[in-house]
Design a protein around this ligand. Structure first.
Ligand SMILES: NC(=O)c1ccc[n+]([C@@H]2O[C@H](COP(=O)([O-])OP(=O)(O)OC[C@H]3O[C@@H](n4cnc5c(N)ncnc54)[C@H](O)[C@@H]3O)[C@@H](O)[C@H]2O)c1
Ligand SMILES: O=C(O)C[C@H](O)C(=O)O
Length: 341
């Protein structure tokens, strides 16, 4: 185990535990990144080093990630950085984490669909889910690993089997779809991306990704043809990156940015502050799909409020009708797999 504060270890107690014993101290937060040595994991850890709400950043990977952790620990922000390698150390890495974020597993190669990753990545997510149930059942658990549409329902089922399921604490990360949409819309409208607010609902694959242009702020001024083209680009943006990387993986840096943004909203919620809502794939009753991404407000126990379906125009209602059967199939595949374990 690597620890940035490992000298002298005998005299030290965990900074987070020490802080919690101090009168008047605010809550501190431990975030564990599982898959931390990977393409998404490394830049995500770097961005999380900049988050003042995190007091302990723990990196875990099957591979040795001491080098990356040492490197990242030299960034001059106040945080304890630890790293663990190997399946045997997963429990220790996760123990008592406030948030576990999971970018572990295989990325796509050109020509692949996300659901073709299911066989390889279901095993990874299942193992990590069991470890979360055993070591950090109160943690918020955010899954980046693809296919999100199947692996999040699968994780929910495993958590139920382990009697550790709280639907307010399990999330599929779809923030990259929102980040992309904000960027493409801001370029079109010629405004700053930070000024654009637009919900992206549904799931995280093809037509299940539904950007709700009718609710865009500022108002999206494009004609229907332009909206259709932009919607298609958003739904295929993952492919755009996979193709451009030509066999060297899928989106990593933009994903890290998106996940760091989501982590900040969740941490603000945990701290009891009202952060910005973010669209996330969660257990849901807003449509016929048992899991669905809608804008979520975070609080001290995870989901504080699901803001539900935004108002939709006629085209968006049609798109919603089309996406539901596809999303249901993906959800069922995850649940079926979990039940077969
Ligand atoms: N939700 C999204 O929007 C989104 C965006 C980008 C990538 N992804 C997904 O994220 C995943 C990771 O992508 P990447 O580019 O970082 O891949 P990568 O291959 O670069 O990194 C994955 C890392 O996971 C580690 N790993 C594998 N199994 C593990 C286990 N059981 N425990 C701990 N670590 C383990 C590997 O050693 C590796 O370091 C992929 O499934 C990809 O499709 C999702
Ligand atoms: O496209 C992928 O496979 C990775 C990710 O889901 C993305 O949207 O970029």
């Amino acid at each position: 185990m690597f620890s940035s504060k490992s000298q002298p270890r005998v005299l030290r107690q965990c900074y987070r535990c020490w802080q919690l014993t101090q009168p008047g101290q605010l809550r501190t937060f431990k975030v564990t990144v599982v898959g931390a040595a990977g393409g998404v994991g490394q830049p995500l850890c770097m961005l999380l080093r900049l988050n003042k709400l995190i007091t302990e950043l723990v990196m875990h990977d099957l591979k040795e990630c001491k080098g990356v952790a040492t490197d990242i620990s030299h960034i001059c922000t106040q945080q304890d950085v630890k790293s663990y390698a190997g399946a045997a150390n997963l429990g220790k890495a996760i123990k008592c984490a406030d948030i576990v974020i999971l970018p572990a597993g295989l990325p796509r190669k050109p020509g692949m669909q996300r659901d073709q990753l299911f066989d390889a990545n279901a095993t990874v997510v299942a193992k990590v889910t069991q470890a979360v149930a055993a070591n950090a059942p109160s943690a918020l658990f955010a899954i980046i690993t693809n296919p999100v549409n199947s692996l999040v329902p699968m994780a929910a089922e495993i958590l139920k089997q382990e009697q550790a399921y709280d639907p307010n604490r399990l999330f599929g990360v779809t923030t990259l779809d929102v980040v992309r949409t904000e960027k493409f819309v801001s370029d079109y409208l010629n405004v700053q991306p930070q000024k654009v607010k637009i919900p992206v609902i549904g799931g995280h694959s093809g037509i299940t990704i539904l950007p709700v242009f009718s609710q865009c702020k500022p108002v999206f001024t494009g004609e229907p043809d332009c909206i259709a083209a932009m919607k298609k680009r958003i739904q295929n943006a993952g492919n755009e990156v996979v193709k451009a990387k030509a066999g060297k993986g899928s989106a990593t840096l933009s994903m890290a940015f998106a996940a760091a943004r989501l982590m900040n909203a969740m941490l603000l919620g945990l701290k009891g502050e009202k952060g910005p809502p973010e669209c996330v794939f969660v257990e849901s009753k807003v449509t016929e799909c048992p899991f669905f991404a809608t804008p979520i407000e975070f609080g001290p126990k995870g989901i504080a409020q699901n803001l539900g379906l935004p108002e939709l125009d006629d085209t968006e209602k049609e798109d919603l009708k089309k996406l539901i059967p596809e999303l249901k199939i993906a959800i069922d595949a995850g649940v079926k797999y979990a039940k077969s374990l």
